[in-house]
Each structure stands twice: as structure tokens, then as C-alpha cells.
Design a protein. Structure first.
Length: 298
């Protein structure tokens, strides 16, 4: 009885020790996964050049990332959803499969195994609100299996915006003076035409300056992100039917002999019919021979 009790206690202690070891291993793996996830998230996200609300600086932020995913098509749809939820939009996507190797193996008389080695990749260009760039990049972490590269740039264009606005004011003032001069002093047609051309040139320059400012403001408000996604090489195997050669449709030897006999008989019939069409010539030849023997020889 004592031996049984000791054996039971020993088994119980062994079970507890084994369970604790498994729990420790599971906890360590969870910690490692958490560390890896945090590492990738901190690597792919960006707080570069995030201007404060009261700052006079204006940054154009761009990001270029290349990373490996498990499935390019699924990751593409997931990223498009992330961008849409954060007020952005996709401007370019090029999803394609690249065939690396293709082979065919004949497995039966009428079947062939077709094996294709291919890789799938996608280049995506997207625009997201400048304030949501970091959120979008962090949301993509779950799709990243391996990060190859990350390049994030922030160009301060505050002075360029100010310069364009000052140039726009100068052009507007110059245009106004020219218009007033035309209205008050323009008399001859030649003078008026030259002044109108100058006004038109100033208007064109002013419009171009406005468009440049609008383009800069758009790039300030919406960051441009370029992604290159790829996955591990995949293999597709497919059984396809073989195309029958012309020899498969050749008749057997007996049928060929029978066809030859029929062909010969048809040729004989044709020759006989042709000869019968010449009966008049044959009759004249017979009469000629008969007359020659009867009259000429005598």
C-alpha cells in the first residue's frame, strides 16, 4: 500500500514538472513572437518629420518598401483595405506571375504532367493622408514575412510654397498694371496688341505658379508610398491530355488492302469506259486492216 502511494506521488510530481516545462516553453515562444512583431513594427513604421500643429514647416513624405509575404494576392487585398479605411487610395498596382521554369513529363499514352515553377509579385503605389502614414505602415506589419528594405524621405517645402505665393502676387500686380495701362493709354492697335500679349504671358505664368503650389500642397497633404511585394516560388502541376498524332487515325492493313482493291477496280472501270468512248476509231482501224489485207495484198 505504501509503495502504491509513493508511486502515485512520484507520477503526480513528474506530471506537474512536465506541465510547468511546457508552460515555460510556450511563454518563451510567445515572448519571442511578440519581440519579432514589435521589431518589425518598429522597423516598418516611421515618425520621421512629423510636423507639429503649430509648426510652419511643410513636409512632403514618401516611403519605399520591399518585403516578402506569404501570399501576394491576399496581402494586396489586405493592404488596399487598410489604405481605404485610412482615407487613402491606390494609384497603381501591377500584380503578375513570372514563370521561372516549365517542364512536361509523359505519364501515359494520352496524358502529360505539366509542371510550372513561378513567382508572384506586385508593385503598388498608394497615396495616404500625411497624418495617417505611420498608422498605415504599422497596419501592414501583419502582412510582412521578411522586410528587405525601407526608405522613407521627408522634404521640407515650406520655403518653396512661400516663394511660389510671392511670385504669384508679383505676377498678379504686374498683370494689373498692364491692364490699367491698356485701358488708359493704349491707342494704336499695334501698342494694344503687344500689351495684350504681355498680359497673356503674365496670366500664363501666374496659372503655372498656382498649379505648382496646388501640386506641392497635394503632396504635403497626401504621402506617396511605393510597395514591392513578393512571395516564395510556387509549383503548379497539371495533367493535360495529349494531342493524338495522325498515325493514331490510320486504318489497319486489311482495310488498306480492301481500299486498294476498290481503287484498282475503279481505275479499270474508268479505262474501260474511256476505251468504249473511242469505239468509232477502233471500228475504222478494224475496217482499214480488213481492207488492206483484202485489196492491197491482192
Amino acid at each position: 500500500m505504501k509503495n502504491k502511494t509513493k508511486l502515485g506521488l512520484a507520477l503526480l510530481l513528474f506530471g506537474l514538472a512536465f506541465a510547468c516545462k511546457q508552460a515555460d516553453g510556450l511563454a518563451e515562444s510567445n515572448v519571442e513572437a511578440a519581440v519579432d512583431s514589435t521589431s518589425v513594427e518598429s522597423t516598418i513604421s516611421s515618425n520621421a518629420a512629423v510636423e507639429k500643429k503649430e509648426s510652419n514647416r511643410k513636409f512632403v513624405r514618401t516611403a519605399d518598401l520591399k518585403f516578402k509575404v506569404k501570399n501576394v494576392a491576399k496581402s494586396t487585398y489586405a493592404i488596399e483595405n487598410i489604405v481605404s479605411k485610412n482615407g487613402g487610395f491606390v494609384t497603381f498596382t501591377d500584380l503578375k506571375s513570372n514563370i521561372n521554369e516549365k517542364s512536361e513529363t509523359k505519364i501515359s499514352q494520352d496524358s502529360t504532367l505539366e509542371t510550372t515553377h513561378f513567382t508572384v509579385d506586385n508593385t503598388i503605389t498608394l497615396r495616404v493622408p500625411n497624418t495617417q502614414l505611420d498608422t498605415v505602415l504599422k497596419s501592414m506589419v501583419q502582412e510582412v514575412a521578411f522586410l528587405d528594405s525601407r526608405l522613407i524621405k521627408a522634404d521640407d517645402v515650406a520655403l518653396q510654397l512661400l516663394s511660389n505665393k510671392m511670385a504669384q502676387k508679383r505676377l498678379a500686380a504686374n498683370q494689373k498694371r498692364l491692364e490699367n495701362g491698356i485701358d488708359s493709354k493704349g491707342k494704336r492697335l499695334r501698342d494694344i496688341t503687344g500689351a495684350e500679349d504681355k498680359v497673356l504671358n503674365r496670366e500664363t505664368e501666374s496659372d503655372e505658379t498656382v498649379l505648382k503650389n496646388l501640386s506641392l500642397e497635394d503632396h504635403v497633404n497626401f504621402s506617396t508610398v511605393t510597395l514591392y511585394l513578393y512571395q516564395r516560388e510556387s509549383v503548379l502541376q497539371e495533367i493535360v491530355a495529349n494531342e493524338k498524332s495522325i498515325n493514331a487515325y490510320r486504318p489497319h492493313i486489311g482495310l488498306q488492302i480492301w481500299d486498294s482493291l476498290k481503287t484498282g477496280w475503279f481505275m479499270l472501270e474508268a479505262i474501260t469506259a474511256f476505251i468504249m468512248q473511242l469505239w468509232a476509231l477502233i471500228l475504222l482501224a478494224i475496217l482499214g486492216v480488213f481492207g488492206y489485207k483484202k485489196f492491197v495484198k491482192k
